[in-house]
Design a protein around this ligand. Structure first.
Ligand SMILES: Nc1ncnc2c1ncn2[C@@H]1O[C@H](COP(=O)(O)OP(=O)(O)OP(=O)(O)O)[C@@H](O)[C@H]1O
Ligand SMILES: [Mg+2]
Length: 244
């Protein structure tokens, strides 16, 4: 946990401004995420969380400032950036009429990747997707199971950087705990994770650092230390703009 100056920065937003139509959605956003870190960008509805992630994938353009993935400016190195990045959108788009295996095989083939059946099965095991569901169509899945399938796909893409948009929204507390544990394991094995959420408790459970985003601006940062997680009460109070 924690970070130091020699840690390699893999995700960086530098005075990022994003304008959508005539609205300034991001207003000079700056933060960095080092290799192996979990950074949670926390903010209310409309704060600009999804816009931030989409900018790292080149779906929005910076009007000034820049977004970097592994030192590459997203606006000029989009193909390399997308290869290094696994993105979980707010509503993961997998096919309801395909099974988990078929979905994963299909999306991997689109990405030009060929994985053996055993690699896919090992990854389903890793994300704790129950075995009797692997050959079932996704339309029979709970939201948590669909989320596990999407995470399995992200892991199989072998991208070192994960961008997760509200990954636990709609999951039950047990599914959230499982998910948080998985994210923690991914980071310990060297993955770098930027997740956006409005869940204070979940963010404090997993993040090394939390950035509080309000109306497109970073209004606070909180960092875990070696022995202690970030204090939920302190972050909640800052989020709600009251005294802890
Ligand atoms: N394509 C768009 N056209 C117009 N306005 C947009 C567009 N995308 C985002 N915005 C505006 O930008 C602001 C931030 O949106 P964004 O989706 O990034 O928020 P968010 O923090 O992800 O919110 P939520 O918690 O509801 O998902 C909102 O005010 C939204 O209306
Ligand atoms: Mg959003």
């Amino acid at each position: 946990m924690g970070s130091s100056k020699q840690d390699k920065t893999l995700i960086e937003s530098k005075s990022l401004h994003v304008q959508i139509k005539d609205t300034s959605v991001l207003k000079g956003l700056s933060f960095r995420v080092a290799k192996g870190e979990i950074y949670a960008l926390l903010g209310g509805n409309g704060a600009g969380k999804s816009t931030t992630l989409k900018t790292f994938l080149g779906f929005n353009q910076a009007s000034s400032g820049a977004a970097f993935i592994d030192g590459l400016d997203v606006s000029s190195s989009l193909a390399s950036v997308r290869k290094k990045t696994a993105y979980l959108p707010e509503n993961a788009t997998l096919y309801p009429h395909l099974t988990a295996k078929e979905n994963v095989e299909y999306f991997l083939s689109l990405a030009g990747l060929n994985k053996s059946a055993s690699e896919i099965e090992n990854t389903f095991d890793l994300v704790a997707l129950q075995k009797d569901a692997w050959e079932r169509q996704l339309q029979t899945y709970s939201k948590g199971m669909r989320q596990k399938t999407a995470i399995a796909l992200a892991i199989l893409r072998e991208a070192p950087i994960f961008l997760l948009d509200e990954p636990t929204s709609g999951l039950d507390p047990v599914a959230i705990d499982e998910f948080n544990q998985l994210v923690t394991e991914l980071a310990s094995s060297g993955a770098t994770i930027l997740m956006v959420t409005h869940d204070v408790y979940g963010a404090c459970q997993v993040a090394n650092r939390i950035g509080l985003l309000r109306k497109g601006e970073l209004v606070g940062e909180f960092e875990a230390n070696q022995n202690e997680r970030i204090d939920t009460e302190v972050v909640h109070a800052a989020f709600a703009q009251r005294q802890p």
